[in-house]
Design a protein around this ligand. Structure first.
Ligand SMILES: Nc1ncnc2c1ncn2[C@@H]1O[C@H](COP(=O)(O)OP(=O)(O)OP(=O)(O)O)[C@@H](O)[C@H]1O
Ligand SMILES: [Mg+2]
Length: 128
């Protein structure tokens, strides 16, 4: 199992969520976060915009959305590809994806563990 943590542009959330559901994920945690990457949160300096003191406009932290999902390892590559393809605009600040190994998962209601805790609900038994 792996934890896939992705930081993406908020405007891409709906599209990425729909694509991830199609890719087979069974759950996701989403948070609104703020962060910076290698431009150090100074995107306007890249446009050549400066303030009256001739310093680049400083925006220390830029709003992003963080997605976290734990998936069986067989799904990891497909899920990462889906996020990268769907969240991509080609502009700076598109975000990042991190993959972290997970040692345990428990579904609290049933006490199922690990991959069993991540699988889809079984179809209802046919009546009659
Ligand atoms: N090394 C990192 N560790 C944790 N979070 C990060 C890291 N790099 C980026 N992030 C998060 O991802 C967000 C988007 O990063 P961003 O896409 O700007 O990365 P970048 O390396 O600057 O790439 P780009 O040049 O395409 O902008 C940041 O605001 C931050 O929340
Ligand atoms: Mg950046």
């Amino acid at each position: 199992m792996d934890l896939i943590m992705a930081v993406i542009q908020p405007s891409k959330l709906d599209e990425v969520k729909e694509a991830l559901i199609k890719a087979g994920i069974q759950g996701m945690t989403v948070s609104g976060v703020k962060g910076f990457g290698r431009q150090k949160g100074h995107p306007l300096a890249f446009l050549g915009l400066y303030n009256m003191e001739r310093q680049p406009f400083v925006v220390d932290f830029i709003p992003k959305v963080k997605l976290e999902m734990v998936v069986p390892s067989e799904l990891t590559d497909a899920v990462v590809d889906t996020i990268v393809k769907t969240a991509h605009t080609g502009k700076i600040g598109d975000g990042k994806v991190f993959v972290i190994p997970v040692s345990k998962a428990v579904r609290i209601r049933t006490n199922e563990t690990d991959v069993a805790a991540l699988t889809p609900e079984e179809a209802e038994a046919p009546v009659g």
